[in-house]
Design a protein around this ligand. Sequence first.
Ligand code: PHE
Length: 355
Amino acid sequence: MDQDLESIKQDTLSALDQAQDLRAWDAVRVATLGKSAPLTQKLKELGKCPPELRKERGGILNRLRDELTQAIETRKVVLEERALNEKLNAEAIDVTMPVSVTAGILHPLRRTVEEIIAIFGAMGFKVAEGPNVDTDWFNFSALNIDENHPARADHDTFYLPTKTLDGQQNLLRTQTSTVQIRTLLDQEPPIRIIAPGRTYRADHDATHSPMFHQCEGMVVEKGLTLGHLKGCLVDFLRAFFGIPHLPVRFRSSYFPFTEPSMEIDIGWNRKTGELGGGSDWLEILGAGMMHSRVLANCGVDPREWQAFAFGMGIERLTMLKYGISDLRSFYEGDVRWLRHYGFSSFRSVALHEGI
Ligand code: PHE
């Protein structure tokens, strides 16, 4: 190899060695193999070479070109790997760094829903859902509230100007009891569900909001009695409020879709607001054995299956448990209020931690 070629080789190898990143590497590549690179020029000039020398010289030039191409590719792999490692190091997450626990606060209503789910979940209930925009049939008729029933007027319903394709009047559901119907139509008994969700009634003052939250519950099994309903709700209320001997009273009442029906009160002291003590009662739940007509409306034979249902107001439970006095504050979106009454979203609700 003549002097010229030897120095091209040495210069290229040392330039490659010095190239510390892909940009410098690419400059060496262009300077060695590009159109105006000395080696490329020499290959082009081969044509001018006398034929007897051309073959030998061509072989030498091409071998050098192959050798340098190989060296260039090898260096590329090294530099690419280095670049990747640097990137990974720069992006490494330091798991020992303290996290900011104020990022993301759970609204107290959400917290209550999670607590309800945890307690009923431990009793084998699953969460069911239904649409907020529902129909007259799901909200009333199927629940044994026919067109002339006075309960329709009591609900202050928001009717929508639309009807479904089969002529059902659309409305915003006034109660989560719609989910009883949807679940009975969708699933085969035995069933244990709770259905937390939004409900709507045209009402607005310190204790009523046009949008509020309820949680419905339903159990469909063979041989269910009022005793099961009572046991289930007493257990729930004592776990939710964390008061083992919380007094619970079952008072007979009326709902069109349950028979017998009852309202459930817990003991409290009206003067101090303390739960569990005193001689006053506070209404907290509606419940009852499901009316045979409701089961039949959904194709479930009431002689074979028994069912009970209950419904509760989530705002009410939250206000009592956490001492929140004005219902409207739930919806004002005041971050200072949320910091005070909210919960860290990193703290999960688990029964073994105590609700
Ligand atoms: N849906 C009733 C209400 O909104 C509550 C309820 C649910 C009562 C289930 C009995 C059974 O008032």
